[in-house]
Design a protein around this ligand. Structure first.
Ligand SMILES: [Zn+2]
Ligand SMILES: [Zn+2]
Length: 256
């Protein structure tokens, strides 16, 4: 299959959204191409993008586990400026939030904390403008927001890995399974008590096929601290990302 106008439509839709949820992308491909071979379509698009140093990356949301197709640069910069066309004061706010998320134990920061940064001497933005900017960051998937907490979004994971490495290398944790940086740190459910290995929950859900024999992929410690509670409350660590022994999540994971 050669690159045609339908590939172009898919690419434009992904660029427009910045990051497209895979289910949405598959529906689009099915509608345009009459089949659901999205891997083939994306491979064709990526071949076209390669000389431009651009790529469609597969990135899982760390909070929901959903897979996204993210339009990203392959030549990454140590700064966040090339990717984000905002004024310096907005970028200062964003860098401060990124820094707080990466250095926090939990991997998220409250919206109140973010808004209380404004206005200040180096972030001269009204709380209203800051809120509008943060809404925009969530909309464009640079940040993820749930229950008043901001997390690192899929686009930042795809596009800003060099920036995070350069600015916070000593704080970054790497998933034992997929070797990608892991930002969101669950208090339980993804850290081995014996060797301190950390693992994305969506990676672990794929890896741990045998739920009755839970072992750390790094040290083989046999009681991996999975959150097996079925308690329904609204905390992401207990509901959306918990791995139940009886109900396996159906999240998809792709090797990068
Ligand atoms: Zn992983
Ligand atoms: Zn271990």
């Amino acid at each position: 299959m050669t690159y045609n106008k339908n590939h172009k439509i898919v690419l434009q839709a992904i660029i427009h959204e910045g990051a497209m949820e895979e289910d949405h992308g598959k529906q689009l491909i099915e509608k345009l191409f009459g089949h659901d071979n999205s891997a083939e379509v994306l491979h064709r698009i990526n071949t076209k993008l390669q000389p431009l140093n651009m790529i469609i990356k597969y990135i899982n949301c760390e909070i929901t586990g959903l897979l996204y197709w993210v339009f990203a640069n392959t030549a990454q910069d140590t700064s966040i400026r090339p990717q984000l066309e905002y004024s310096e004061v907005h970028l200062t706010l964003l860098r401060t939030i990124f820094s707080e998320i990466v250095t926090s134990d939990e991997g998220h920061v409250s919206s109140t904390w973010c808004l209380n940064l404004c206005p200040s001497s180096n972030i001269n933005l009204s709380k209203n403008s800051a809120q509008m900017f943060l809404n925009d960051m969530v909309e464009k998937k640079w940040l993820f927001c749930k229950d008043g907490q901001y997390y690192i979004g899929v686009r930042s994971i795809a596009e800003l890995s060099q920036y995070f490495k350069d600015s916070h290398e000593d704080k970054l944790r790497t998933c034992t399974l997929c070797k990608q940086t892991l930002f969101y740190n669950f208090t339980q459910g993804q850290k081995c008590e014996q060797c301190d290995a950390v693992i994305h929950l969506y990676c672990l859900s794929t890896y741990t096929k045998d739920q009755s024999n839970l072992r750390c992929p790094n040290c083989d410690h046999n009681i991996f601290n999975l959150d097996c509670s079925d308690d329904a409350n609204n905390s992401p660590s207990d509901t959306e990302v918990s791995i139940s022994k009886t109900k396996r999540p159906t999240r998809k994971r792709r090797k990068h």
